[in-house]
Design a protein around this ligand. Structure first.
Ligand code: CP
Ligand code: NVA
Length: 308
């Protein structure tokens, strides 16, 4: 533990205690209500967030930037290549230098190890804006969305269909920390990392891994999926071929609970991982989910800076 660290990192759900995760969601809901009433508390006045994107982004970039702006702070956004980092300056030096200018760093990058290295060398909070390993901010927004529509997630059943990717791995970590059942249907070659599943099961998580989407969605309260090809995936064609039987469509949704909602972190590919009927249909809450990135990330930054 770095004795000079000002603030707390948000690198993975597994590295944050369940009480803090619940506190973040409660604060996010409160901030959402306040914003609807026209109130934007200046809780981050004078605070600065540097954001580094090695991969594309719409939601993460805009929601963090607006979050900082609305709470009285400021966000600076860079793509990895325009910094000297893109020309070989070390992650450690970048961490040290940014620590002298800003209050927190959000990184979206290809390698989770790089995120860890940044966090180990920074004296300020580092936030995971997506790596190939996990996407914790996304799942916090997903849980807020689920609870708005379906009540407490504890004891409920979430079905993940498709690639056992970064988003799936954050769902797995969340299942242990929030106490919901998780059913994942993935092609065996695209299963999530066994150590991630084992970590959650060791904490008592109720997780079933199957290759059959019909089995995973049975009576589920939420059905969720993601793009068949994630940013940085080396072999899109093979990936798409393996995932073809994993489309979320109306016949599949009919096997879930009649009140089930559909979630997708976006960007979506209609006709691939989900049909237009489902993502644009009445069970879909994907735009509430996208909006909730804003509210949740306000609360995450407040937690990282020890404001809550
Ligand atoms: N869901 C998500 O993280 O979207 P972006 O890639 O647009 O940030
Ligand atoms: N799994 C996707 C999520 C995008 C928000 C990716 O990593 O590209």
């Amino acid at each position: 533990m770095n004795p000079h660290l000002k603030g707390r990192h948000f690198l993975d759900l597994a590295a944050v205690d369940a009480a803090s995760l619940r506190l973040i969601l409660t604060k996010a809901a409160e901030l959402k209500q306040q914003r609807a009433n026209g109130q934007l508390p200046s809780m981050l006045a004078g605070k600065k967030l540097a954001m580094i994107f090695e991969k594309n982004s719409t939601r993460t970039r805009v929601s963090f930037e607006v979050a900082m702006m609305e709470l009285g702070g400021h966000a600076l956004s860079f793509n990895g290549n325009e910094l000297q980092l893109g020309r070989g300056e070390t992650v450690a030096d970048t961490a040290q230098v940014l620590s002298r200018y800003v209050d927190a760093i959000m990184l979206r990058c290809h390698s989770h190890d790089k995120l860890r290295e940044l966090a180990e060398n920074a004296n300020i909070a580092v936030i995971n804006g997506l790596t190939e390993y996990s996407h914790p901010c996304q799942i916090m927004a997903d849980i807020l969305t689920f609870e708005e529509h379906c009540g407490s997630i504890k004891g409920k059943t979430i079905a993940w269909i498709g690639d056992g990717n970064n988003v799936a791995q954050s769902w797995i970590q969340a299942s242990a920390l929030f106490g919901f059942r998780l059913r994942l249907a993935c092609p065996p070659q695209l299963n999530p990392l066994p150590e991630v599943v084992q970590w959650a099961r060791n904490l008592g998580a109720d997780i079933i891994l199957t290759q059959f989407p019909q089995e995973a969605v049975k009576d589920a309260d939420c059905v969720t999926t993601d793009t068949w090809v994630s940013m940085g995936d080396p072999d899109p064609e093979t990936q798409i071929a393996m995932l073809a039987p994993y489309q979320v469509n109306e016949p599949l949704m009919k096997l879930a609970s009649p009140k089930a909602i559909f979630l997708h972190c976006l960007p979506a590919h209609r006709g691939e991982e989900v049909t237009a009927e489902v993502i644009d249909g009445p069970q879909s809450k994907v735009f509430d989910e996208a909006e909730n990135r804003l509210h949740v990330q306000k609360a995450i930054v407040l937690w990282c800076l020890n404001v809550i």
